[in-house]
Design a protein. Structure first.
Length: 248
């Protein structure tokens, strides 16, 4: 009884296979706009004898993917109307990214009965809150690292475009280092600040780093913060299992 999780983002479509113990046993991806390759990748995944699937997209649905999963024993197209195992208190549910909601559900599945701050670092940085009663309270959105690097280059006359790298020292000694340090330590300080503000609102809070840059920034925080890059697929798998039980 294997579950196929399809998480379509703005640039990539990611595929995960979960076993009956809710563990990821295989994952792969393809460029979102290369439909031929994505369908080929998906077709190969059916060699795993998949029974169930859930498909989530923040960039429009792919009809060819839907057609491929339609013949499975059970499948879900995840959107704001899908039953979920937490209480969504967000006011504009239709505009809430399914990836943000899935990440919050994944955090709740891993850390039940805790106040949670989910920090997803990708193109954007999102800060989402789930309280110990399992209520999704909402959150905030901030520019991610590459948006910040691009903005400094695009909106100034002479600053170079800098790529993500490890900071070597606190006080930069050249312009490239100055931009790198400004972006990375700026994000580090922003995350620390949000955590401190959250501690004033909740009796205790468990912060979790996720997203494409989770492990990179996780090293900066060392043991101060939990790191789980796969919160979104974990959450989607929880939604799939939850709906299967509802439909029994």
């Amino acid at each position: 009884m294997l579950n196929l999780i399809i998480d379509q983002g703005n640039t990539k479509t990611k595929f995960y296979i979960f076993d009956i113990n809710k563990k990821i046993i295989h994952k792969t991806s393809c460029p979102k706009d290369n439909q031929k390759l994505c369908i080929s990748v998906l077709s190969e995944l059916f060699n795993f004898k998949i029974s169930n699937a859930i498909y989530s997209s923040v960039s429009g649905l792919n009809d060819a993917i839907i057609e491929r999963i339609r013949n499975l024993s059970y499948h879900i197209i995840f959107d704001y109307t899908t039953p979920i195992p937490i209480n969504n208190l967000y006011q504009s549910k239709q505009t809430l990214g399914t990836d943000r909601l899935a990440g919050a559900i994944g955090a709740r599945c891993l850390f039940p009965d805790k106040n949670l701050l989910i920090i997803d670092i990708g193109t954007a940085i999102t800060y989402d809150f789930v309280n110990s009663q399992g209520q999704f309270l909402g959150g905030n959105i901030s520019p991610g690292p590459h948006i910040r690097f691009s903005a400094l280059h695009d909106y100034t006359a002479s600053l170079p475009k800098v790529e993500l790298d490890e900071p070597q020292r606190l006080i930069a000694q050249n312009t490239k280092e100055a931009i790198l340090n400004g972006v990375l330590w700026g994000i580090y300080s922003e995350i620390n600040g949000i955590i401190k503000l959250s501690e004033g609102k909740f009796d205790s809070i468990t912060p979790i780093l996720s997203g494409g840059y989770a492990y990179f920034f996780g090293k900066m925080f060392k043991s101060y913060i939990f790191v789980e890059a796969n919160l979104v697929p974990i959450g989607l798998n929880c939604v799939l299992e939850y709906n299967k039980k509802l439909d029994l």
